[in-house]
Design a protein around this ligand. Structure first.
Ligand code: EPZ
Length: 423
């Protein structure tokens, strides 16, 4: 299997281009199933999750073509059963439920698998779809949904689930009458789904607030040509790399409003942060102060940045406290960080990070996407060589992270064993 080798303790200098947002693109790909007309999505990152979602859409009968960062999707003739293997590989494939129920009146999909970051049920997705009139049967590891015609409804989510909000927006876009989603998630990616559906001729408003109103359209939705927003988590990860290494790095494009809490925490930690339009500059000497962090739904501190920040805080001068409120088990990176010399204790959902630690390079293994990113941050901060295994996790969500970091001075190389390199 390929590994990433990092020789740490080098300052970073230069500019890095931020790719399109994974967690928006995957939902726009699902939303493309709402129409028979061609859809074009631009600024698509070349990452494993996008390739996997292409497999899901193709398995449903859609035609997809990825040309550079432009993805063409044409879902003229669809059938309702999603391909099991591709679905089991990625939880986001559950997002095809809403569009398929809306368009075909039927969907059959494997239950999404367990996850390295804790239990991730889909009960809120299913309760919402039932409220829209779908009959849903869960049997033999599959979810089977049917609906002669979805009907608009008032839905109050028990918690502001990102995926449930998006699934219900897509289903409601073609339902009869009006749907109101209360306690909706407010993440920027939800606004992307709203904008995409509206560009197709849908009528959605309120995304970005906790109440979203969707008026179902009677006629078919049309095709769309849409450019996705920059990835706020990729940008945040790169900003953390710059803060921990020291130096002077600019990141663009970013939507600064999406980066506010991460930028504020970096400033609190003592990093230099400047904003100039769509460019975020992170600079300093790598000397950092401890933080108190609590992951929260947007606009709170993103859980998807928690592992990277824990890795960064091992270098801070003092004790940091990091509380994970979204996932039950998102501290798997801590064991690997300890192998590198980090002094971290975890009690339930709280990690106490005692810094500064002299991290030393070690052979470590990534357990999920953001844990992999945390190991990259630690490798950049450590003395000696760090070798990261489990790169398939990193590749799911980061477009050429190693190449981007190497271009600003990191000593980081991807090693592919010779036998694996032979096609
Ligand atoms: C999205 O997952 C992101 N994934 C996640 O990013 C991100 O961590 C998460 O939102 C929170 O911001 C994509 O967009 C593809 P949720 P999603 O539904 O939609 C519980 C990454 O690293 N819940 O808001 O699955 C659930 O168990 C990934 O890029 C239920 O109980 O997140 C979790 O504890 C990881 N029942 C919490 O809500 C449900 O039906 C948040 O889940 C749904 C969710």
């Amino acid at each position: 299997m390929p590994t990433l080798s990092i020789e740490g303790r080098r300052q970073l200098r230069g500019h890095i281009r931020v790719s399109g947002a994974k967690n928006a693109v995957l939902k726009l790909m699902a939303a493309s199933l709402l129409t028979r007309e061609p859809c074009v999505i631009r600024n698509v990152p070349y990452i494993g999750d996008v390739l996997n979602m292409i497999e899901v859409l193709e398995g449903l009968g859609a035609r997809c073509q990825l040309d550079g960062d432009v993805l063409y999707i044409e879902a003229r003739d669809l059938h309702p059963e999603a391909p099991r293997d591709a679905v089991r590989r990625m939880r986001a494939s559950i997002q095809v439920m809403g569009p398929l129920l809306g368009r075909l009146g039927e969907v059959k999909i494997a239950q999404p698998g367990g996850c390295a970051i804790g239990a991730r049920p889909v009960d809120l997705h299913l309760a919402g779809l039932r409220a829209l009139g779908a009959v849903i049967d869960e049997r033999h590891g599959y979810i089977h949904g049917r609906a002669a015609k979805l009907q608009g409804a008032e839905i109050h989510l028990d918690l502001p689930s990102v995926g449930a909000t998006e699934n219900l927006m897509m289903a409601a876009a073609v339902a009869d009458g009006e749907t109101v989603i209360r306690n909706a998630a407010r993440e920027p990616e939800i606004i992307e789904v709203q904008n995409f559906i509206n560009c197709m001729g849908g009528r959605v408003r309120g995304a970005g607030t906790d109440t979203i109103r969707i008026r179902g359209v009677a006629g078919p939705l049309g095709g769309v040509d849409y450019t996705v927003i920059p990835d706020r988590i990729e940008a945040g990860t790169l900003a953390v790399c710059a803060a921990v290494c020291g130096g002077d790095v600019t990141l663009s494009p970013v939507i600064i409003e999406h980066m506010e809490i991460v930028a504020a925490k970096l400033v609190e930690a003592g990093a230099g942060v400047e904003v100039n339009g769509e460019t975020l500059r992170v600079f300093g000497d790598g000397v950092l102060k401890p933080l108190h962090i609590r992951s929260q739904p947007y606009p709170g501190f993103p859980t998807d940045m928690q592992p990277q920040v824990v890795a960064m805080l091992t270098r801070a001068l003092g004790t940091s406290i990091v509380t994970e409120t979204i996932y039950s088990s998102r501290f798997k990176h801590v064991d690997e960080l300890r192998r590198m010399g980090a002094d971290i204790t975890v009690d339930g959902r709280v990690a106490v990070v005692r810094g500064p630690c002299r991290l030393s390079g070690a052979r470590v293994e990534a357990s999920d996407l953001r844990a992999a990113a945390a190991l990259v941050v630690a490798g950049l901060a450590a003395e000696g060589e760090t070798v990261i295994e489990g790169l398939e996790h990193l590749d799911r969500g980061y477009e050429d992270l190693a190449g981007k970091l190497a271009a600003v001075g990191a000593k980081i190389v991807r090693r592919v064993p010779t036998e694996a390199a032979v096609p």
